[in-house]
Design a protein around this ligand. Structure first.
Ligand SMILES: [Zn+2]
Ligand SMILES: [Zn+2]
Length: 509
């Protein structure tokens, strides 16, 4: 059994020849009809479900442990005792036969339930009482099939001679498990007894079916050998022991037959996992992208990973899964440069999601990875500074707002930003002078902004008039555009050099 490269505990269902790797259902690109490799994009080879199930000969140890539990063992022993008692009462042959049939029937029914449950993927022996809830019809059919097979072989022996009868007997033994498996699958006696169906089943399973038969023969022989050994010393004891061992082997055999049905479910046109599989098989685009990201992360392909994440951010701007995971990844791996790029994207995402409580803690986390980081957005800076001021972290708030008019001369919230800065500085000792300067600057900025606004309105008015004139005389001279106040330079005359905060803070009051 092969395992998924990315999920070492899950069986692989696909293989990529190009990458020489094996993947499970989750780790493949199933957007198209044929699954593709997330890493190289090649079409994958399906390994089938047989691969996800261990072959039965690797599970022999577990198979022998299967009936070892108080429940199953008591049934095995009790039916053995009943059949021994039946053998000891030849004088009451009807009672003897009834007891024998009861014992054999009980065991058969239980074993068959084991087969069915194992075929459904249940690897624990069923409760004995559970096994008898199904009714007697199934049991009668089972007995009938066994009897028909025996009578057929017996008749062949009698009428066609030892050679042909022996051959038919061999064929009957060889196909008996196939008939049982088929019966478990269809619950139809005629269908199960159809020799073509049995042949088709054997062909589908192939060599492992032969191994199962060999295994069955070994078990049968071992019961005989056991009888030879002990029978010489304790004849009665031997019969009981032999009966117990053969009952035990019967349960193991039926469990193995069920296991075979489970293992070759796909080839046998039957699927034990189909119910759960069908629901999960149609993944959404988002789940697929998420799976691809997982694979790229485990591959260590960070370039591709970052690309995928940014694609996800664009595609699903409100999906916390992608944003949070990428942030956690960058934080955990201390990717300074990537964090500097991503910081604002994540802060704005938190804003969109109204997670204002997380803004400043996240900002501090970013600073831990990228100490020089400042978000490249005046709105975000003001927002963070406002929050930091409330939390009493004036130093960081000042750092966010300092020089903001140089960086973002076009920012319309500049006067408010400087009023905020002034308020923050007021709270810091020995910063009164700076605070006053800031307030003056806010006033100046406000005036400049108003002037600019007025100029803009004027300009628009002029443009409108010009257009109206142009409408009247299309060949008219183009109006000379006066242009608004040169952008950026308007405020450049103003400078505010803030005194570094550290020495101030150290000064005693
Ligand atoms: Zn996987
Ligand atoms: Zn590949």
């Amino acid at each position: 059994m092969d395992y998924c490269k990315y999920h070492p505990l899950d069986g692989a269902t696909y293989a990529c020849r190009a990458c020489n790797s094996r993947q499970c259902d989750k780790c493949v690109d199933d957007a198209h009809r044929a699954a593709h490799c997330f890493v190289c994009g090649a079409v994958l080879e399906s390994l089938g479900s047989a691969n996800t199930v261990e072959p039965f000969w690797r599970r022999l140890k577990e198979a022998f442990k299967y009936p070892v539990n108080a429940n199953s063992m008591s049934l095995i022993v009790i039916t053995a005792i009943i059949s021994v008692l039946a053998a000891l009462m030849p004088f009451l042959w009807i009672l003897s036969l009834a007891m024998y049939l009861f014992a054999a029937g009980s065991l058969m029914k239980y074993s068959f339930t084991c087969l069915e449950r194992t075929a459904m993927g249940e690897m624990k022996a069923p409760d004995v009482m559970d096994a008898y809830s199904g009714g007697i019809k199934l049991l009668l059919q089972l007995v009938l099939m066994t009897v028909v097979l025996t009578v057929l072989v017996g008749a062949a022996y009698y009428y066609l001679g030892a050679a042909l009868g022996g051959l038919l007997g061999f064929i009957a033994v060889f196909s008996y498990p196939a008939i049982l498996i088929r019966f478990a699958q269809t619950e139809n006696m005629l269908e199960a007894m159809n020799p073509f169906a049995a042949i088709a089943l054997m062909a589908a399973i192939g060599l492992p079916y032969g191994l199962l038969i060999v295994f069955m023969l070994i078990m049968m022989t071992s019961v005989g050998v056991l009888h030879e050994w002990i029978g010489a010393v304790f004849p009665a004891m031997s019969y009981l022991l032999q009966s117990i061992v053969s009952n035990y082997y019967t349960v193991v055999m039926f469990h193995l037959m069920g296991y075979m049905l489970f293992q070759y479910q796909e080839q046998l046109g039957y699927s034990a996992r189909s119910d759960e599989d069908d629901e999960g098989s149609q993944r959404s685009e988002q789940e697929r992208l998420s799976a691809k990201i997982e694979v790229m992360l485990k591959e260590g392909d960070y370039e591709q990973l970052v690309k995928l994440y940014y694609h996800a951010f664009k595609q699903y701007p409100n999906e916390p899964l992608f944003f949070d995971k990428f942030f956690d990844l960058l934080y955990a791996c201390k990717k300074t440069a990537l964090m500097e790029d991503y910081g604002l994207t994540y802060l704005e995402f938190l804003n969109r999601r109204k997670r204002f409580d997380k803004l400043t803690p996240t900002f501090k986390q970013i600073l831990f990875v990228a100490p020089d980081y400042l978000p490249d957005s005046p709105i975000m800076r003001v927002q963070l500074a406002t929050l930091l001021k409330q939390q009493g972290d004036s130093k960081l708030a000042v750092k966010l707002l300092n020089g903001i008019h140089k960086l973002y001369p076009e920012f319309s919230g500049l006067p408010d930003a400087y009023n905020l800065l002034a308020d923050i500085l007021t709270e810091i000792p020995n910063m009164q002078l700076q605070a006053d300067k800031c307030r003056q600057m806010a006033v100046q900025l406000k005036r400049k902004a108003d002037e600019r606004q007025a100029a803009l309105v004027l300009q628009q008015e002029q443009k409108r008039v010009t257009e109206a004139q142009a409408h009247h005389k299309p060949t008219g001279v183009k109006a000379v555009r006066k242009g608004g106040p040169p952008s950026g330079t308007t405020i450049s005359g103003l400078t505010l050099e803030l005194v570094p905060l550290e020495p101030v803070a150290e000064k005693p009051d």
